[in-house]
Each structure stands twice: as C-alpha cells, then as structure tokens.
Design a protein around this ligand. Structure first.
Ligand SMILES: NC(=O)c1ccc[n+]([C@@H]2O[C@H](COP(=O)([O-])OP(=O)(O)OC[C@H]3O[C@@H](n4cnc5c(N)ncnc54)[C@H](OP(=O)(O)O)[C@@H]3O)[C@@H](O)[C@H]2O)c1
Length: 311
C-alpha cells in the first residue's frame, strides 16, 4: 500500500514509518520541515512539505495514498497550558485534520482509510468502572480537544472513506513519552506515585500502538473510535510499584497533587492526576493480538538493555 503519514517524524510516527517499510509498504510523510527530519527517517521515505494544513501541492500526495495516518499536532505535555498554548494544542489538531479531510474530498482517487489520532483523554476522569468506546466524553480541556478532533475526522465518512480513531493511552517506551520522564526519579531512588495513586493509568507498549495502527491500516474492518490501552489495567500506584520492582528501585515517595498543580499548572489534572480504565475489547474483537497485554513483561522489554541487563 501507499501510506501517507502526517506527523511521521514524531515519537509514534517515526516508529510507525519504520514498521510500515519493513512490511513492504511505500511511505510518504507530511512534515513542516523536510530538511530537519531528513536525517531522522529512512532514505526510502518520501518527504512532502506542508504548512500543517491549508491547501497546496502537498494534496497531490493524497491522490497517491491508499491509507492516511494523521498524527500531527503540537505536544500536549511540553509546557504550561497558557491560553495561547491551549489554542495551539486544539487548532494544530482540528485544522490539520480538516485540511486532510477537505483534500480527500477533492481527490479524484480517495484513500480507503483515514486513521486519525485521538486519546483516552476523550473520556476525562472516570474513577470507577470499565470505559469502552460507548462511554460519553468528559468535560475538561483534553476531552474537548479530542471531541473536536474526532468530529473533524469523522467528516471523511461522507466520502465513503473508513475512519479509525485510536483513543490512545499512555504510550510506554524508553526513548520518549511519559515513561522517559518517570524514569528519572526512579533511577535516583526517589520514585513514587503522582497524587494519591488511585487514578487509573491506561498504559500501552509502543510496539502495540504501532501494531494496532498497522492493523487499522491493513484492511481490518475496524471503524470509529478504538481504545488503545493494554488489557491489564493498573492504577498509578500499581504502575509505579511494578516499575520499581522491575528497576530494583523503591517506589515510596508520592508526589502530592497540589505540588504537581503548583509546578505544572492545569495540565497536571487531566494528564497526571486523573485517568480512566480504558478497555481494548473492540480492538481485540477485531482480531488484534496484543504483543504485551501485561505490564511486567512490557516494562522488562522496554527497560532491558542490549545485553539483557536492566538499564
Ligand atoms: N505519545 C503519547 O503517549 C500519545 C498518547 C495519546 C495520543 N497521542 C497523540 O498521537 C499523536 C502523535 O503523538 P506523538 O507522541 O508521536 O507526538 P509528537 O512526537 O509530538 O509528534 C507529533 C508530530 O506532529 C507534528 N507537529 C508538531 N507540532 C505541530 C504543529 N504546530 N502543527 C502541525 N504539526 C505539528 C510534528 O511533525 P513535523 O515537525 O515533521 O511537522 C511531530 O512530529 C499526537 O497527536 C498525540 O496527541 C500521543
């Protein structure tokens, strides 16, 4: 297949691109900065310049695509949520999605599927009970972003294009995302849960995110919102305790919620102090088999060094 990936230079996108190439697909990446990302992506990847949306020559890449995966958007966790930053978080997702959907509408040959990123933040804080894709959206800022983002993506269905909205949980990998930051205090023997530790921590191994995205691209019948979180649900406290065990470090120093709110501002609430028990029943029912359904082997895989020793 010809697969077009926007945001293909990022944490998830660059791993996805590598796996797609291994599976003999042709890959193009929509990027704002081809020169900057050239050295970070394999030479076989065709880079297509866009200004994160709007119309332009980049739209020609849509004509060639059998599948489009849209991962573009400014980082949610890399700075305090000022009004300006919140606007940027929202419109770098909704505007890019709208541009892609509009370009698909104009294309004479349309892709079969649009896989458009979303997040478990859609549900807001749900302290009790399983959260399936039927669960209503929450009412905090991230829920609002995910809802608007998904609404833009769903408009592609009017062109007969299948849409998949991966509501992704907390992606675990050593080289980026949440775990990279959590590892620092644990390495210093100062790790522990954030807040009271009772909030759900909907983790997923990066390998399974990539596996599920490829499953969505390669002709599965998956459609609509899909939870991307591992089958074994854990709370923040259980997660930190397992991380400590795997790293042979204590998990004893909880960081009180008010400290996180003082240091990080509003983002501490939706990103660190709340959660939801997102269950992946729909993904599993569609035929996807998790590589890492359980936390301990997932952490061991991520943290094991080249020589098999824990890092
Ligand atoms: N990582 C997670 O744990 C997680 C969990 C749930 C959902 N998600 C969602 O999944 C998507 C991919 O996540 P990720 O962790 O791979 O993100 P990432 O590393 O921050 O990469 C996102 C990509 O978006 C592009 N981008 C950045 N700022 C942009 C802007 N202002 N306008 C347009 N494009 C911009 C960049 O591509 P160029 O610089 O090449 O243009 C970048 O490579 C994101 O939308 C994220 O919200 C991630």
């Amino acid at each position: 297949m010809n697969v077009l990936v926007s945001g293909g230079s990022g944490f998830i996108g660059s791993r996805l691109v590598g796996r797609l190439l291994q599976r003999q697909h042709e890959v193009s990446v929509l990027t704002r900065a081809p020169e900057r990302v050239r050295d970070h992506l394999p030479a076989e990847v065709r880079l297509v310049h866009w200004n994160s949306g709007g119309s332009g020559h980049w739209e020609e890449a849509i004509h060639d695509a059998d599948a489009v995966v849209n991962l573009a958007g400014t980082s949610i966790a890399s700075g305090r949520w000022t009004h300006k930053r919140k606007d940027l978080i929202l419109y770098t997702r909704t505007d890019t999605t709208r541009s892609i959907v509009d370009a698909i509408g104009r294309a004479s040959k349309k892709p079969k599927v649009l896989v458009n990123a979303s997040a478990v933040g859609y549900y807001g804080n749900v302290p009790v009970g399983d959260v399936t894709e039927e669960h209503p959206s929450g009412d905090d800022f991230l829920s609002h972003v995910c809802k608007e983002w998904e609404e833009e993506a769903r408009k592609v269905e009017r062109f007969g294009v299948r849409v998949v909205l991966p509501r992704t949980g907390i992606v675990l990998d050593k080289n980026g995302g949440a775990l990279q930051r959590l590892l620092i205090p644990f390495r210093l023997f100062a790790g522990g849960p954030l807040g009271n530790g009772r909030q759900w921590f909907p983790w997923i191994h990066l390998g399974d995110v990539i596996g599920a995205l490829i499953h969505a691209v390669e002709g599965s019948t998956l459609t609509g919102a899909v939870n991307l979180a591992a089958p074994e649900s854990v709370t923040m406290k259980e997660f930190c305790s397992m991380l400590g065990k795997v790293m042979h470090r204590p998990s004893w120093a909880p960081v009180p919620g008010f400290v996180l709110k003082t240091v990080l501002g509003e983002l501490a609430g939706p990103l660190l102090l709340s959660g939801q028990k997102a269950v992946p029943g729909k993904l599993v029912a569609s035929g996807y088999r998790f590589q890492f359904p359980e936390l301990k082997p997932a952490l061991e895989d991520i943290l094991r060094g080249k020589r098999g020793k824990m890092e």
